[in-house]
Design a protein around this ligand. Structure first.
Ligand SMILES: [Zn+2]
Length: 273
């Protein structure tokens, strides 16, 4: 299968830089002279000196387990995320030196997990998985559904950055799912396009269950459907999954407790509920 080459992605990043919309270094450095690291005037001198002396050392996060992300299995990667989620739910998030982390990642990124999740303001992946700068490649849309632009963004992560896991993350009481269930006419074409993308994933639940059960199962069904769509509609995701290089995990976030629960099974099992 012919995949998009890295050269094409490099061109894409280069054009973006020329256009002035994105700074060079949106992705990895492409062999050119790396841009100078700009040290903020107010950054503590001590932190900068420490970074220069030991750039590979973790800044400050003694409580975060060290995982070799380049060789970790999918289960180890997922467990790493869940450990972060446990720190988040218990209010014991790891201390982070954001200045050192920012400087360390200024010339390149190696996010180990991509997340496709809802734009809902209560659902911040870096917070709820207790991750730092450069750890997660995040695509957010209302209802965690992916159109071609969102899929293209994810493809960039898998093809060019070699990210090895995709987490499709829905959440309790999702407004986009609720609006789709309500079936009311949307006021704009854009909102109509959004609910039309969600609709096929939840329509079959209507009449089978009602009330809160319907809402809860619709969120799950939408996650399954969105994950299936991403695989079906993206040749890169399909290829990477088939080659065993990419694992797709489906999960739901609980607004009150902060827990992320992995979904087993598939869309058909939700519908049969
Ligand atoms: Zn939502």
């Amino acid at each position: 299968m012919s995949l998009i080459t890295r050269r094409k992605f490099a061109t894409l990043a280069g054009l973006a830089a020329v256009g002035g919309v994105l700074k060079p270094g949106w992705g990895q450095s492409q062999g050119a002279e790396p841009p100078a690291v700009k040290v903020p005037a107010k950054a503590p001198a001590k932190a900068i000196a420490k970074e220069a002396a030991a750039p590979a050392a973790a800044p400050t996060a003694p409580d975060v387990p060290k995982l070799d992300r380049s060789i970790a299995s999918p289960e180890e990667i997922w467990n790493d995320l869940i450990e972060g989620n446990k720190r988040f739910t218990s209010g014991k998030t790891a201390p982070r030196d954001v200045i050192a982390a920012r400087i360390k990642t200024a010339n390149g990124q190696q996010p180990y997990v991509a997340v496709l999740c809802c734009s809902d303001s209560r659902l911040s992946p870096e917070l709820l998985f207790d991750q730092g700068i450069g750890d997660l490649f995040v695509v957010r849309t209302a209802g965690n559904v992916a159109d071609p632009i969102a899929l293209g963004s994810l493809e960039y992560a898998f093809e060019h950055l070699h990210t090895r896991m995709l987490v499709v993350l829905g959440h309790e009481k999702c407004g986009a799912v609720a609006a789709t269930l309500a079936g009311e006419a949307m006021p704009t074409e854009n909102l109509t396009a959004l609910v039309n993308k969600i609709k096929p994933g939840i329509d079959r639940l209507k009449g089978l269950v009602h009330g809160e059960t319907l809402m809860s199962l619709a969120v799950e069904a939408n996650v399954h459907h969105s994950a299936s769509n991403a695989i079906a509609e993206s040749p890169i995701i399909r290829h990477e999954v088939a080659a065993g290089k990419l694992t797709v995990v489906k999960a739901v976030y609980k607004l009150g407790s902060g827990e992320v629960l992995r979904l087993g099974g598939n869309f058909e099992e939700v519908v049969k509920h």
